[in-house]
Every structure is written in C-alpha cells, then in structure tokens.
Design a protein around this ligand. Structure first.
Ligand code: SF4
Length: 195
C-alpha cells in the first residue's frame, strides 16, 4: 500500500493535458486512503481549492458532504476509517468558459483497480456524482435517476449528487433526498464507523 500511494502521489501522466487548460496547472495528486478504511467516499476530482490545499473536500462542498454523512471533520479525515478516492486524483482544470473539466479517464484506467483491490475492508460506499456512479455502480442513467433508486443499492452503497452549491436547486426540487435518504445514510455511516 505505501508503494501504491507513493506511485500515485508521484504520477505526472496528465502534465501536458493540464498545461493546456485555462488554469495551466501542474498535476497534484490528492491521495487519501489507507487499507483499514471501512467507509469509501468515491467522488469526481479535486476542485481548485483542494488542488491548493492538498486536502480532499476541504471546501464548501466538503462541508455539505460532511453534513450529509453526519460526520465532523476529525472523523471524516481519519484515513484509517474513511477512504476518499475520486475518479481523478488531480484537479482537471477549467475550460475557456470557466467550467470544470471532466476527470481524465486515464486516471481511472491507471489506478482505480489497484486502489480498490487494497480497500478490501470497505463496508459502505458513498458514490458521489455521475462519473463515479458510472464507474463503481455500472449505471447508465442520469444522477437524479440513480440517486432516486438509492433503495436498490442500500445499505452497502449510497449514490449521492455532487454536494456543490450548483446542486442547491436540485436539492430543493428533490426534497425526498434530505427527508428520506439522508437519515438512512447517517445511521449506516454510524453503524459502520462505530462497529
Ligand atoms: S489525474 Fe491521475 S493519471 Fe492524471 S496526473 Fe493526476 S494522478 Fe496521474
């Protein structure tokens, strides 16, 4: 495991790709897992703030995700219990309109099978956003359809929308998410982490 973590941290496969983005940044893999983790948070890719801090979900999206999970920062960032594995370990950058670029597929192809093989103790997977849902759950529908069907996957897997402020309107349109899904998710998180 230490070798794999060091290998990912040293990865520069996307250097040329990132240099061509509007942000023109260099790769900075944000790697946050250890083999004992029981809760997996599978997400999309670091944003600009996380690229700067090197800490996953260290931004308002992370605050919302922690609220959804019922976790304080100390527990959320306990790598021995919580693994945070995005579809790309680096910030993909912005396009000319300032929109987030997609996580580079080469990251999943290069690293994910090796990472998941080593996370054998995971008992609860929280799959955030469409990219991660397609990869980890094999679904083909959109995020709303996938999250609405959460009972088909619970209690070991919970699909979530991205906790970005961009999804605030989505949350208002889908009140069942906070009223029905979140209480079950929080109870499951507690059961897995307290066990
Ligand atoms: S996004 Fe993934 S494949 Fe690309 S440089 Fe970062 S760690 Fe390497």
């Amino acid at each position: 495991m230490p070798d794999l973590i060091a290998d990912i941290e040293g990865c520069r496969l996307c250097a040329e790709r990132f240099a061509r983005t509007e942000t023109g940044h260099a790769p900075r893999p944000v790697v946050w897992f250890r083999p004992g983790a029981r809760l997996l948070i599978a997400g999309q890719a670091p944003g600009a703030r996380v690229h700067a801090s090197g800490v996953p979900f260290d931004d308002p999206s992370g605050d919302r995700l922690r609220d959804w999970l019922g976790l304080e920062r100390a527990e959320f960032y306990d790598r021995d219990r919580v693994a945070i594995v995005p579809m790309a370990f680096c910030f993909p950058g912005y396009d000319a309109k300032g929109a987030d670029l997609a996580p580079p597929a080469i990251c999943g192809r290069t690293w994910h099978a090796q990472v998941m093989e080593r996370l054998a103790r995971v008992r609860l997977s929280v799959i955030v956003g469409g990219y991660a849902q397609r990869y980890h759950m094999g679904v083909t529908g959109n995020v709303t359809e996938t999250v609405a069907a959460w009972r088909d996957h619970a209690p070991r897997v919970f699909p979530l929308p991205h906790p970005s402020w961009r999804n605030t309107a989505w949350l208002k349109r889908n009140p069942w998410f906070e009223a029905e899904l979140l209480p079950v998710l929080r109870a499951q998180v507690r059961e897995v982490l307290d066990d």
